[in-house]
Design a protein around this ligand. Structure first.
Ligand SMILES: Cc1cc2nc3c(=O)[nH]c(=O)nc-3n(C[C@H](O)[C@H](O)[C@H](O)COP(=O)(O)OP(=O)(O)OC[C@H]3O[C@@H](n4cnc5c(N)ncnc54)[C@H](O)[C@@H]3O)c2cc1C
Ligand code: SF4
Length: 324
């Protein structure tokens, strides 16, 4: 049995200090991912610092943006009236994930840092560079139906599993971070990293840094949504998902934001598709050309080639819905 110490932090500074003192300490949110990983002995922290008592406030700021405390539960965020009204893609994305019981426990901070659902990552008998650096990747030539088509490397082809993060990337949300050297902010789209030669590194967070909040910018587009395609209607991760917003002015696309889930090691901001659409009249042909521009660099593995067509069709369908 692995033993560990448990402490509940009453301030961000205390949490950072407690994690700093123990080399193998981790922050604990709702525990819905970390505790599972500890049961499988994939994560072996010697100390857990519970941060669920820190800010869980969801506050509209003077400029109209929203600041969300990292300890806010996924349920609280999805049910918040202001979020549902002004950031519906975020509420939809959260409600498309996990189950009501898990969303009641899961926190915003923990959701950002949940680990991949690659089968081999959870199988201690498998080779996995993410679990043991340099040990190989059994997914590359194995069963890889759920794996990445964009931005993968020979060292890792895993995808990031979060629905919430895909909407946050499309919304241009910022992650507020605090560490022993001060505070900083990072756009969600830059927070997660591609696997490259170091798939064990998943974000730009330095050891001991705490996520304190997420900031949503003001004035989101009114036309926005999140669509998730999966094997089952509940309790299933995205094969492909699309978060998008579109603003049409005088018959042409003035602003468009698109992020994809289920296709890469990080929420994938579809900047090539966005560039292809800006200034164009909305039409199925324009949407399809934009989706193809984004997916031109897609590299399918043995079992996941279907994701390219699925992503294209989902992007087109979402943009048609938003501009109908
Ligand atoms: C059966 C099942 C189905 C699921 N389905 C989906 C799904 O369809 N879509 C989806 O998006 N998710 C899904 N999830 C994942 C779920 O959303 C995550 O487990 C959850 O969001 C993690 O949040 P948590 O607070 O429980 O994190 P924890 O498990 O407590 O922590 C996760 C990680 O975050 C770190 N951490 C936590 N808080 C902070 C902080 N403030 N600062 C720095 N580090 C921190 C921890 O150290 C740990 O490394 C599913 C989970 C389960 C068990
Ligand atoms: S895809 Fe990544 S997580 Fe999966 S086995 Fe390979 S290295 Fe591990």
């Amino acid at each position: 049995m692995l033993t560990f110490e448990y402490t509940r932090a009453d301030s961000a500074a205390a949490a950072i200090d407690l994690v700093e003192r123990e080399a193998e300490a981790k922050f604990l949110g709702g525990g819905t991912n970390l505790v599972d990983l500890m049961r499988e002995t994939i994560e072996r922290p010697r100390a857990l610092v519970d941060v669920t008592g820190l800010s869980a406030a969801i506050e509209v700021q003077e400029d109209g943006g929203v600041l969300i405390g990292a300890a806010a539960t996924n349920t609280a965020l999805a049910e918040d009236r202001h979020i549902r009204e002004h950031y519906p893609m975020l509420a939809r994305a959260i409600l498309a994930g996990a189950s009501a019981q898990i969303r009641n426990m899961a926190t915003v901070g923990g959701n950002l840092l949940q680990r991949t659902r690659c089968y081999y990552f959870y199988d201690d008998a498998a080779h996995c560079n993410k679990r043991r650096a340099g040990s190989g990747c059994d997914a590359v030539d194995g069963f890889n139906r759920i794996h990445a088509i964009l931005g993968a490397s020979e060292q890792c082809v895993a995808t990031h599993p979060s629905d919430m993060c895909v909407a946050l990337a499309a919304l241009d949300a910022m992650v507020h971070i605090e560490g022993k050297d001060g505070t900083r902010q990072v756009p969600v789209a830059d927070f997660h990293t591609l696997p490259g030669d170091t798939p064990q590194v998943e974000t730009v967070l330095a050891p001991g840094e705490l996520i304190t909040a997420i900031a949503l910018p003001a004035n989101p587009a009114t036309g926005q949504t999140y669509r998730k395609v999966r094997d089952r209607a509940s309790y299933a991760f995205a094969l492909v998902s699309v978060a998008a917003s579109v603003r049409v002015e005088d018959g042409s696309i003035a602003d468009v934001r698109i992020a994809l889930g289920g296709v890469a090691h990080k929420p994938w901001r579809a900047t090539k598709a966005e560039a292809a659409l800006r200034g164009k009249a909305p039409s199925e042909d324009a949407f399809r050309a934009a989706a193809r521009a984004e997916l031109a660099d897609a590299r399918p593995l043995r079992d996941n080639g279907f994701k390219i067509g699925l992503a294209e069709r989902t992007i087109v369908a979402v943009l048609q819905e938003l501009t109908a």
